[in-house]
Design a protein around this ligand. Structure first.
Ligand code: NAD
Ligand code: UDX
Length: 480
């Protein structure tokens, strides 16, 4: 009987394993983590992550063939297939700091596998890793192997947060990379057999190890590049009177380009895009390809430019100062339908406004005050090192408050910034919000989700990314 163990019960390990357990009732799946609170949460009614549809999947198989445990060594020793889904953050110090992937968590997982294993194992890279990581992992395992045979596979995960369950149920593709040897092919087939329980055969792609590892970094870079492209055009739209939604629609109608991932925004966020592009840039530099590295760097530069452009719009439209003014922020998560705030553009926007001494009142339906305070006080890249592995909790930022209602957040505010596209923000009573705000009252829509014409009729001055500017904003140009 196949027994699967997944090391790392995070945004990827938890949902992915829950879906494998649901679709493969004959396979026992155990998800392990060094974080006791995380495992306790997975075993409770309050799961550690918010993801539509996840509760239902977990309820159906937890205790049947899906288990969550902190007994990492026992379950690793018993498994035939071990997924490693630990975090691979950007290095914060030392060689490659600010770019290279920090493989500390990965390496310690690999060494632990080598220590406790007593039978042959298939070790699956689920985390996003630099190309050639499998070679390093192979070395750690084989140099400590005690005669055990290890096969390393690369099986990167393509789910997006907020739609993880849907993505796992119906993936565009499952990618499996392995060694091109008889043992390697056998291991690839064993993993294929797991996915074949619900994924059509033609969607399971097999490649060599390095192609699989690199495809993941490349896919994220391509997706992020589309957003930076449309965001770059959004700046030009504002300067010329074109409308970015119309331009993106017209461009996306070309079947070679396609309509997805062309929504202009305040900037992309999330735990993957920036980290993986920086990692790609570092790999290019290490391989003597500075031109290629610079090409991809630009995707991040435009993203940073977009965030600072947004902050400058807010400040310049409000008479060039927000000092002491209440600014409401609706949405802090990096996208809707998740409580995840890793690399959310809201962090940079709030920090920019705090730099100009604003008083910020934040409402997000899924994000807690503790989390926001932590995010705003943390140094760049520290966020991706799990909480329980961080030495101290930073102190709270006093100019920021968190409320549990959009009306409370906007009461007496001078300006309102929409930073996450939560559906509920589309149907708020904006007349009521206007009546309770200071005048002139501003809306800065960082996600282009509100009907700007209706808001203007109410009396708001409205800024929407990449849309023709109100006369007021034209008179107060923002310089990024
Ligand atoms: P996460 O931080 O939510 O989860 C990682 C977990 O691993 C943490 O709970 C941590 O405690 C645990 N861990 C770390 N070292 C461990 C060890 N030695 N033993 C046991 N547990 C250990 O991270 P995530 O978002 O799930 O991402 C995991 C990987 O998947 C990353 O490489 C990421 O780039 C990749 N990925 C993420 C997404 C996403 O949407 N979040 C999508 C695709 C790929
Ligand atoms: C991404 C990839 O989509 C996924 O395949 C990979 O496995 C992990 O990284 P994720 O970061 O969870 O997934 O969400 P995604 O939907 O890609 O959004 C990332 C960011 O881009 C969000 O901040 C989102 O708001 C922003 N975005 C997305 C835009 O600004 N415009 C768009 O058109 C699409």
């Amino acid at each position: 009987m196949v027994k699967i163990c997944c090391i790392g019960a995070g945004y990827v390990g938890g949902p992915t394993m829950a879906v494998i357990a649901l679709k493969c009732p004959a396979i026992e799946v155990v998800v392990v983590d060094i974080s006791k609170p995380r495992i306790e949460a997975w075993n409770s009614d309050q799961l550690p992550i918010y993801e539509p549809g996840l509760d239902d999947v977990v309820k159906q198989c937890r205790g049947r063939n899906l288990f969550f445990s902190t007994d990492v060594e026992k379950h690793v020793a018993e498994a035939n297939i071990i997924f490693v889904s630990v975090n691979t953050p950007t290095k914060t110090r030392g060689l490659g700091a600010g770019k290279a992937a920090d493989l500390t968590y990965w390496e310690s997982a690999a060494r632990m596998i080598a220590d406790v294993s007593k039978s042959d194992k298939i070790v699956v890279e689920k985390s996003t890793v630099p190309v050639k990581t499998a070679e390093a992992i192979e070395k750690i395992l084989t140099h400590n192997s005690k005669g055990i045979n290890y096969q390393i596979l690369s099986n990167p995960e393509f789910l997006a947060e907020g739609t993880a369950i849907e993505d796992l149920f119906k993936p565009d593709r499952v990618l499996i990379g392995g060694r091109e040897t008889p043992e390697g092919r056998k291991a690839v087939q064993a993993l294929k057999d797991v996915y074949a329980h619900w994924v059509p055969e033609d969607r399971i792609l097999t490649t060599n190890l390095w192609s699989a590892e690199l495809s993941k970094l490349a896919a994220n870079a391509f997706l992020a590049q589309r957003i930076s492209s449309v965001n770059a055009i959004s700046a030009l739209c504002e300067a010329t009177g074109a409308n970015v939604s119309e331009v993106a629609y017209a461009v996306g109608k070309d079947s070679r380009i396609g309509p997805k991932f062309l929504n202009a925004s305040v900037g992309f966020g999330g735990s993957c895009f920036q980290k993986d592009i920086l990692n790609l840039v570092y790999i290019c530099e290490c391989n003597g390809l500075p031109e290629v590295a610079n090409y991809w760097k630009q995707v991040i530069k435009i993203n940073d430019y977009q965030k600072s452009r947004f902050v400058n719009r807010v400040v310049s439209s409000m008479f060039n100062t927000v000092a002491g003014k209440k600014i409401a922020v609706l949405g802090f998560a990096f996208k809707k339908d998740t409580g995840d705030t890793r690399e959310t553009p809201a962090i940079d926007v709030c920090k920019g406004l705090l730099g100009d001494k604003a008083q910020i009142s934040i409402y997000d339906p899924q994000v807690t005050e503790d989390q926001i305070q932590r995010d705003l006080a943390m140094n760049k890249f520290d966020w991706d090192h799990p909480m329980h592995l961080q030495p101290t909790s930073p102190s709270a930022v006093k100019q920021v408050s968190m409320v549990w209602d959009a009306y409370e957040a906007t009461k007496d505010a001078h300006g309102l910034c929409i930073l996450t596209e939560w559906d509920e923000f589309k149907t708020l009573d904006y007349q009521k919000i206007f009546d309770n705000m200071q005048k002139p009252a501003f809306v800065f829509d960082g996600r282009n989700i509100v009907d700007s014409e209706k808001l203007r009729e109410i009396g708001f001055i409205v800024y929407s990314i990449g849309k023709p500017l109100d006369a007021w904003l034209k008179d107060m140009p923002a310089v990024a």
